[in-house]
Design a binder for this molecule. Structure first.
Ligand code: ADE
Length: 302
């Protein structure tokens, strides 16, 4: 399926079924800003008169055709994804009488990367918070695995699994967010690279993705999940400090170089990361196998 037909492969009726009248939204503050879009906090008026807090994703420049295409693709990816408790939900779409807006489930605790930075600061004052909060982060990683299992079952590759894209909802539930780079695995085929390669999440990308974007599979998301485990154990530090450029990283990975073992994880947990970073994606574990390993060894961090 060529990329251009992705949108037409979804019935326009599907979009209409999920339409939200934009007059029901009342925008509050800015939550986050990306290269092409931003996310704002808003309230969505319910028929019963209640207001539900939501997040609204929209474009910075509605005249930019590439950005519009990207947001439309993100919309369709989320529609294809369907509902799962560990994936940020799509409440609906505003598309009539104005620019395209995605109405998303609101994550009250923000993103995991920010949470890890906060934990790093706290732990400098008091080391015991790490052990006390260990189970929260162990549980979040199991939840991300559940989300990844759902994506793999739906034949979706996220392509940007990283702590910054894991959002934390009420009760501390971790949910996979930001399908901006996600592609339908069947629709990918051999598509043309249409974005500025500087914007790719190189340090989270599996070698096959660094080499050729068209080669991404669910096992590429497993590689990124390994980097996510590393981010948790490193309390939100950036992987491969000082190493920039896709070519250098690819060469290093091909020569068996890997992120070193974080001090704040067990040898077993590091072995799990190394399994995720097998150069040959066929021998990487799938999300279900990883989840079972995490569940069997819930004290791998800190
Ligand atoms: N930032 C980006 N998306 C968000 C969401 N759904 N909830 C809260 N903050 C966000």
């Amino acid at each position: 399926l060529p990329e251009s037909s992705l949108s037409s492969s979804i019935d326009m009726e599907l979009l209409k079924e999920r339409e939200i009248d934009r007059s029901r939204l009342q925008v509050q503050q800015m939550l986050g800003e990306g290269a092409f879009g931003h996310v704002v906090k808003a309230t969505l008026a319910q028929p019963d008169g209640d207001n539900e807090v939501v997040a609204v994703k929209k474009l910075k420049d509605n005249e930019d055709p590439n950005a519009r295409k990207a947001l439309l693709r993100e919309t369709f990816t989320m529609l294809l994804c369907g509902h799962h408790g560990n994936v940020i939900g799509l409440k609906g779409i505003c598309f009539r009488d104005g620019p395209l807006q995605l109405v998303l489930e609101y994550a009250e605790h923000g993103n995991l990367l920010h949470l890890l930075w906060t934990l790093r600061t706290e732990s400098k004052l008091n080391r015991t918070v790490l052990v006390n909060k260990r189970h929260i982060f162990e549980n979040m990683m199991v939840e991300v695995c559940c989300g990844l299992e759902h994506l793999a079952n739906r034949r979706l590759v996220h392509r940007d699994i990283a702590a910054r894209n894991i959002l934390i909802c009420g009760k501390g539930t971790a949910k996979i967010a930001d399908f901006g780079l996600a592609r339908d695995m069947y629709a990918v085929g051999y598509h043309r690279q249409d974005r500025n390669s500087d914007l790719l999440p190189l340090k989270w990308m599996a070698p096959e993705g660094l080499k050729n974007e068209a080669l991404f599979t669910d096992k590429s998301d497993v590689w990124s999940f390994g980097v996510l485990l590393w981010e948790v154990a490193q309390l939100g530090r950036t992987p491969y400090p000082g190493m920039e450029g896709a070519g250098r990283l690819y060469d290093a990975l091909e020569n068996h170089f890997r992120l070193p073992r974080p001090l704040l994880c067990t040898e077993e947990r590091y072995q799990l990361m190394l399994q995720c970073w097998k150069f040959n994606e066929k021998i990487r574990p799938d999300a279900t196998t990883i989840r079972k390993q995490l569940e069997a060894d819930p004290n791998g961090f800190f």
